[in-house]
Design a protein around this ligand. Structure first.
Ligand code: M6R
Length: 618
């Protein structure tokens, strides 16, 4: 959460920072601010609300220069006020800092500094750090000043006293040519331009200015001028930078003719699914193949159990993986919330493979679960969308989704692409064990048909829009489904609540009668996911139970199914498909329904209240 951008170079810093902040707004949009070295002094502008408001203020005040830092905030410590907005300035006025993360020991630092006469004006943890830097700067020998070393060392030394997470960028009025960045637990990337350098929380915010980047690692500090950069650890060991080419198509992150990124991303799913599959089948062997697993088929044969970890929507993809891998590969799978697993100290069998799923590859809880598994010596794999993300770099092996940038806070195409990769993994593991060649052939054929089938569901968007209009007034919803439809029910409920603020719950359809059935009334619609599969008749019975209690019913079923037409108030049909594809096809109507309901209610679909796309704090 929170996005940071910093720039030094030949161009106008404020334009580049504002442009970057707009691309980082999905990380938080409570307030935004920047500090620019302008006419021989540091000028700081902060505004609550969106980056556009800051942009207008920057234009009005005409602040500009060639060095600066900027921030878009998702509030952790302190309310959403201009005072708490970043950048924060040290009490001597020399330093300005932007920070993504949480300084856990900020109260001790603050107390220490207050006793030394430093003053504080915000409720944030960040202000403690900027003043700690000012404190260390005072203690550094002045003869280090000319080349910026005094500034660099004061930041570096301060970070040795910090507990918690940070991605930071700092500027100092004594050093108008220098910019210092550092990371620990929060992402930070250095873009190498022509006579300019840019730091940002993700590649999307710098890709239009830099094709070559350096991904900073934890506990690294970088000292940047417009022509040079130098990286060291916070304990002053030198670090050799690894320069990598950026893999980012800027056009893909434009809205184009769509009203919202969520809408665009829903409709991009056929392409995202194609990209997930491209080059990953061996027709001769009727199986899937993955280039980056770094684990041999022989080693995979030894795996007795797979643990999947993720958060939010990615956790739902893990649940689908459980159904598919257990069903088709007959390997026991466990699914854990990453945030629970990291502290649970769960006993794991020695032949367990740990799989994490994360769109961003930066979710702090998922990263912590990965690190904890690695520390215990387990082989780790990741399914991840953002190339070069921390999770992608730290997992022993993995599979990139290639779904393209997902900007809408509500995850859509990343989810179905994760499910597709889990289905391919089920196929691959199944074919290493008991799945026959012929079943493999059918499986591969079914997966390849998925993008076309998704297209046919997307063609029903006006039908879903009409259903959405009818149901937008309700304040409670149930999403119900059995077996692999249960995770899709959870995902449908999450989509609806996060973007339209309607209370929604997902349950296994049969669990309803153990409690949630008390909610059923004409004011609480239920959406049933009921494709024709093994438990179809059982789901129909659950639907009857709701109908008997006068609950409005929306049902998703497969074309040509035996679904009694008068059982549901509204019916949506998806193509009849292989069971591995059903979760993908069933996801599309719940995404469209949530989207259109949120639009109908006038909600800010891409930036729902209180949320941020990439959750980099605990
Ligand atoms: O980037 P990740 O996949 O690790 O993100 C995990 C969750 O924060 C994310 O899926 C979240 O639940 C979305 N807002 C759901 O739409």
């Amino acid at each position: 959460m929170c996005g940071i951008v910093a720039y030094t170079g030949k161009n106008a810093a404020s334009r580049i920072i504002l442009e970057g902040l707009k691309r980082l707004e999905y990380r938080g949009y409570d307030s935004a601010g920047l500090s620019i070295w302008n006419n021989n002094s540091l000028k700081t502008i902060k505004k609550t609300g969106r980056v556009d408001t800051l942009d207008r203020e920057v234009k009005r005040t005409q602040v500009d220069g060639h060095l600066g830092i900027g921030h878009t905030r998702w509030a952790t410590h302190g309310a959403v006020t201009e005072n708490n907005a970043h950048p924060h300035v040290s009490s001597d006025g020399k330093f300005a800092i932007v920070h993504n993360g949480v300084i856990e020991n900020y109260e001790q630092i603050k107390h220490f500094l207050e006793e030394k006469g430093y003053t504080f004006h915000s409720d944030t943890d960040t202000e403690a750090l900027v003043n700690l830097i000012a404190y260390h700067y005072q203690k550094e020998p002045e003869n280090n000043s000319s080349n910026g070393n005094r500034f660099f060392n004061s930041v570096r030394k301060s970070l040795n006293h910090v507990q918690g997470t940070y991605g930071i960028a700092v500027i100092c009025s004594d050093h108008p040519e220098d910019l210092i960045g550092a990371r620990h637990g929060s992402p930070l990337i250095l873009g190498l331009g022509d006579n300019e350098h840019i730091l940002a929380s993700d590649v999307g915010a710098l890709a239009m200015h830099a094709q070559n980047v350096v991904y900073l690692n934890d506990s690294e500090v970088v000292h940047i001028t417009r022509n040079s950069f130098n990286i060291a650890t916070i304990t002053d060991e030198s670090v050799e930078a690894i320069v990598q080419r950026v893999d980012w198509d800027i056009e893909e992150s434009e809205l184009g003719d769509y009203k919202h990124f969520m809408e665009k991303e829903i409709f991009e799913q056929p392409k995202a699914l194609e990209n997930a599959m491209r080059g990953r089948f061996s027709d001769d062997e009727s199986t899937a193949k993955f280039g980056g697993l770094n684990i041999t088929p022989q080693e995979l044969r030894q795996v007795d159990r797979i643990l999947f970890c993720g958060c939010g929507t990615a956790w739902h993809a893990c649940l689908v993986a459980e159904y598919l891998i257990e069903r088709f590969a007959r390997i026991p799978v466990e699914v854990e919330y990453a945030s629970e697993f990291r502290y649970r100290n769960a006993p794991l069998d020695k032949n367990t493979l740990v799989f994490v799923i994360s769109q961003s590859g930066e979710t702090i809880d998922t990263l912590a679960a990965l690190r904890e598994s690695k520390r215990k010596g387990f082989q780790t794999l990741a399914i991840n969308n953002v190339v070069g993300s921390t999770i992608a770099r730290e997992a022993d092996g993995g599979i990139y989704q290639h779904a393209g940038p997902e900007i809408g806070v509500a995850s859509t195409k990343a989810f179905t692409s994760q499910v597709m990769l889990c289905a391919m993994m089920a196929l691959y593991l199944g074919r290493l064990r008991d799945m026959s060649f012929n079943d493999g052939v059918k499986f591969v054929k079914a997966l390849k048909e998925a993008p076309k089938q998704v297209e046919t569901v997307l063609k029903q968007s006006s039908h879903l829009q009409a259903i959405a209009k009818k149901y937008a007034k309700y304040e409670d919803f149930l999403f119900l489904g059995r077996q692999s439809m249960f995770p899709i029910a959870l995902e449908g409920a999450l989509k609806l609540k996060e973007i339209s603020y309607i209370h929604a719950e997902g349950y296994p359809a049969a669990e309803m009668k153990h409690g949630p059935i008390a909610l059923i009334s004409p004011d609480c619609p239920s959406l049933f996911l009921a494709p024709q599969e093994e438990v179809f008749q059982k789901t129909l019975s659950n639907i009857q139970e709701v109908k008997a209690r006068k609950g409005p019913i929306i049902a998703v079923t497969s074309e040509g199914s035996d679904f009694p037409r008068d059982l549901a108030d509204d019916l949506i049909e998806i193509p009849s498909a292989h069971p591995a594809i059903q979760p993908i096809l069933a996801s599309i109507p719940v995404q469209l329904l949530s989207y259109y309901i949120a639009v109908e209610r006038g909600c800010d679909v891409d930036k729902p209240r209180n949320l941020a796309k990439s959750v980099t704090v605990e």
